[in-house]
Design a protein around this ligand. Structure first.
Ligand code: 13P
Ligand code: SF4
Length: 375
């Protein structure tokens, strides 16, 4: 099959049936509870930390993408309802060997960053790079925020997947092998991780997959670099700037600023801490009373922390009202969750995410490497 650009992998969006469109919070809470009672232990609901309040509060387990993937792998259930984005549901299908019904309530929940490294572009980049380098000199390290075909490519090329909480350890593993790292698709996470490990500007080049000439860089620069950073990013995190950090420092000179490592390098550098969504939650839990903590990440997570943190600590958004919610995560509307659960009660599996056998096998190689190395 010819490879083409294909951002939405799940083209057949099942429309939410009419009777579910106008359910209010009270009615759907009751219906969800009833459906869960019927389904009992057969069904696990996983929720990413960026989900709506309603979903976050009803999920059996919430967490960052690393912890959710482990939960999915170890779940001895028939159905996993994954309230997150499609690459996370794909990962759950891969790690459960296709033996569970992994359901995403809405298939429109597609992370734009995952769509920024498409296989047709990655193959072109690999062909270009291996004109200059021996294939044994490069190792792909791919962010969890990617589709299964790229994860499979990573496995085939003896690379590994990482999440924001395991990136340091995976980069160290890759560097120990003496190879250059081709990191896809988030340039900021790649940049921040390399920087953490002591590398500086002369050690990386940026690869622009839309540039017609050798990724917009040169053969010499690639030969000299330790890292080739794919030019992708998350629009939610890319908008944080040094002005936001400076404004917060002025208003709260004793406050703490914590950000997600998908933020630009200068923002991470100016912050007090950067970590995955799970590590951000841990930081807030462990902070002393009377601390003001400004957080630079997707706004639902900050709202969960504002609701659930004792009043003695103040949790605020790093960029005030300008903080964004993630449009992909937002597609998981609670009415969709009601629908897929009630259909499961009737024995119908809606919106199951299935990765093809070969991609599943090779992605698993790259994911297992992450799970072995990452803590
Ligand atoms: P975490 O792995 O930190 O949960 O991040 C996932 C994500 O998509 C951040 O934008
Ligand atoms: Fe993707 Fe950014 Fe949303 Fe995370 S916050 S799922 S990286 S678009």
């Amino acid at each position: 099959m010819a490879e083409t650009l294909n951002l939405f992998r799940y083209a057949h969006f099942a429309q939410l049936p009419e009777p579910y469109r106008d359910l209010g919070p009270g009615e759907r809470a009751e219906r969800i509870e009833r459906a869960r009672d019927c389904l009992g232990d057969s069904t696990l609901i996983l929720g990413h930390n960026y989900q709506h309040e309603e979903i976050y509060e009803l999920a059996d387990f919430t967490g960052d993408s690393f912890s959710l993937s482990k939960r999915a792998r170890d779940a001895e259930v028939e159905n996993i309802v994954f309230c997150g984005v499609t690459f996370m549901a794909e990962t759950a299908d891969i790690l459960t060997g296709g033996e569970r019904n992994v359901i995403i309530p809405s298939r429109e929940a597609a992370c734009p960053m995952a769509g920024m490294a498409e296989m047709v572009q990655v193959r072109q980049a690999w062909d270009d790079l291996t004109q200059v380098l021996d294939p044994d000199e490069i190792v792909p390290v791919t962010y969890m925020n990617s589709y299964a075909d790229l994860k499979a490519f990573t496995g085939r090329m003896d690379g590994a997947i990482c999440t924001s909480s395991s990136a340091d350890e995976i980069f160290e593993w890759a560097l120990d092998s003496g190879r250059k790292i081709l990191f896809m698709p988030d340039k900021h996470l790649g940049h921040n991780t390399a920087y953490d490990l002591g590398f500086r500007d002369e050690d990386w080049v940026k690869w622009n997959p839309w540039h017609p000439e050798f990724g917009g860089t040169s053969r010499e620069a690639v030969e000299d670099a330790r890292f080739i950073l794919w030019d992708g990013m998350c629009q939610v995190h890319d908008r944080f700037s040094l002005e936001h950090v400076a404004g917060m420092r002025e208003r709260y000179p004793d406050g703490e600023i914590i950000v997600h490592p998908e933020c630009p390098r200068e923002v991470v550098d100016a912050a007090d801490f950067a970590g995955s969504t799970g590590q951000i939650i841990d930081f807030v839990h462990e902070a002393e009373d009377d601390t003001t903590i400004a957080i630079g990440t997707e706004k639902h997570l900050i709202e969960h922390l504002q609701r659930n943190t004792p009043e003695a600590k103040q949790v605020i958004q790093l960029c005030g009202d300008a903080c964004l919610d993630c449009n992909a995560m937002r597609q998981i509307d609670p009415n969709y969750v009601t629908w897929v659960l009630e259909e499961l009660v009737k024995g119908n599996v809606i919106n199951r995410v299935r990765v093809d056998e070969e991609d599943r096998e090779w992605s698993r190689v790259a994911l297992d490497r992450m799970l072995e190395i990452g803590s």
